[in-house]
Design a protein around this ligand. Structure first.
Ligand SMILES: [Zn+2]
Length: 84
């Protein structure tokens, strides 16, 4: 599974903030069809209301990343081996 890129993150934020017509289910499907991991797509939609209020979704909202360097880590792990 490819890691989420910064471009994808920005795209997700733009869609969440600007698409007021689609339902949550439609947006999840749209995210997945455009390359987002299903887990990330479902996490993204949780933040839809926040995003529409101008609060940006972060890598941490969509997948497990090291708190300090944003290296992908296993679910539930906060800090990667290098930063410990
Ligand atoms: Zn790290």
């Amino acid at each position: 599974m490819p890691n989420l890129t910064l471009e994808q993150l920005r795209w997700v934020n733009a869609v969440l903030a600007n698409d007021e017509a689609s339902t949550d289910a439609e947006l999840v499907l749209y995210f997945i069809e455009n390359g987002l991991a299903p887990a990330a797509a479902h996490r993204a939609i949780i933040h839809r209301t926040d995003a529409m209020r101008g609060s940006e979704v972060t890598f941490h909202d969509l997948e497990s990343r090291c708190l300090y360097c944003t290296t992908p880590v296993d679910a539930g792990v906060l800090v990667c081996a290098r930063c410990q």
